[in-house]
Design a protein around this ligand. Sequence first.
Ligand code: SF4
Length: 360
Amino acid sequence: MFCCFKKTREVCHRTNCYQVAVGDVILGGYHNVAIQSMIKIKTSNVDTVINQINKLVNLGCDLVRVAVYDEKDAQALKQICIKSKCPIIADIHFNFLFAIKAIEAGCKKIRINPDNISDIDQLKQIIEKAKEYKVAIRIGINGGSASKNSGVETQNQLVKRMLNWVNFFEKQNFKNLVLSIKHSDPQLTYKANVLLSSKTRYPIHIGATEAGPNDLAIVKSCSLLLPLLNKGIGCTIRVSINGDPEQEVYIARAILNQAGLYHNFVDIIACPLCGRNKFNTIKIVNKVHQYLKDKKCHLSIAIMGCVVNGLGEANLADIGICIVSTTKSILFIKGKKVKTINNNNINSELKAYITKFTKK
Ligand code: SF4
């Protein structure tokens, strides 16, 4: 629906690529960039997995991937697909039979790395099954799986490896493809995806892989995803964090919001604080942030530590607080000074107005 490239002459890969359906989620064209995450517990723990999937969906996740590691996981897929609120993607490595079973169980997309499915006939069987069930296949080329090559692959080598496989799938008359090239080096991943987007019209899945712990993963994801999204590349994104999948979804929403591609997001403007601040602003900001993480509405909230930049920022936000002394703050609503409030009441006042806005 949103594309930053409408105003420029450069071709936007996202809006010009083929559209691929993953259940009721369409990748490509003017459809929203789909947010995906991955379940981090064993797939055979059906009830816990379903709880986690549906929690992620409520937080704004469009697609969820599960790893199919063994026969128990493969057996669990049918129940998971029935009970999930979103289309399920099965992540398969090495064993082609799990791919066949995942498709038959109702998964709407499978993610494979063809380089680790050794037998071409096995790949052909996966493709035929995917055709029969109208299931999409993501070809996932990963820098970490370049076992046949020594050393670090260049972007040209990664793209070449991908295009060879695309050619193979097309020869089997299969075009329901999503492509991803990932590497633990975000700069290399960026270059490879830019190159890939110039050579193909299939939807591209983007994300920084093996990105590390929370703060580092956020830095790597932003440094990779925002430039790609701003270039019109990426129909679906995953933020990979060595941690909570709920955080992955929140960060993905925030990144898309910053790229102008996702509007149902509450943006919080808060100053970094300095010696002029006279109240415990950090506590207020943290509380509001926690409260707003799962809210899906277009809203801006400014919480500012003093009048230097505070009056202006609070004035520009939908809901603005400018702390003016140790006891008093000014509350702004949509650019109008509404009242002076006691600092001890900032949270309750904010919550009341946020409720009003989010109910609309
Ligand atoms: S708004 Fe005031 S308290 Fe906040 S960083 Fe600026 S000068 Fe410091």
